[in-house]
Ligand binder design. Structure first.
Ligand code: FES
Ligand code: FES
Length: 156
């Protein structure tokens, strides 16, 4: 099939797509968007998180055929023309990035959380990020990054 999507604000097409391959595969291997990471391919780690029509999803669990005609935002789409998104800056400054494999997923999930709740409690942060796994940081620096990003955004 030929897949048509709007990705990070641009109309994109991919040729020769099998309906059953994952959206993650399409993004990484067909559309040159390697920001979303493939760490488990089973919906367990959150490293492939993207927005699909405004909802946070694991792109490894979305079939390419399901994504036809959809609007997708990946971690690459969060940065603006002026540079990194404040959530991305906070992860760098707080030291929430080590190997970086989990980072795109945490950033998209944090972006989603702060859109819904600009001043989350620690419990709300932990709940929102419960689907994202990190093998390196011990999570404390990631929590610091989310608090930093929320603190800079201020109350809604
Ligand atoms: S790669 Fe999709 S959840 Fe782990
Ligand atoms: S920074 Fe390495 S898995 Fe999280």
């Amino acid at each position: 099939m030929r897949l048509h999507c709007k990705i990070n604000g641009e109309n994109r097409e991919a040729e020769g797509v099998w309906e059953g391959e994952s959206l993650l595969y399409v993004l990484r291997e067909r559309l040159e968007l390697p920001g979303s990471k493939n760490a488990c391919e089973q919906g367990e780690c959150g490293s492939c998180s993207v927005y699909l029509d405004g909802s946070l999803v694991c792109s490894c669990l979305v079939l390419a055929g399901q994504a036809e005609g959809s609007e997708i935002v990946t971690v690459e789409g969060l940065a603006g023309e002026d540079g990194l998104h404040p959530v991305q800056e906070a992860f760098l400054e707080a030291g929430g990035v080590q190997c970086g494999f989990c980072t795109p997923g945490f950033i998209v999930a944090t972006h989603d959380l702060l859109q819904r709740n600009s001043q989350p409690s620690d419990a709300e942060i932990r709940e929102a990020l419960a689907g994202n796994l990190c093998r390196c940081t011990g999570y404390e620096k990631i929590l610091d990054a989310v608090r930093m990003a929320a603190g800079r955004a201020g109350p809604a």
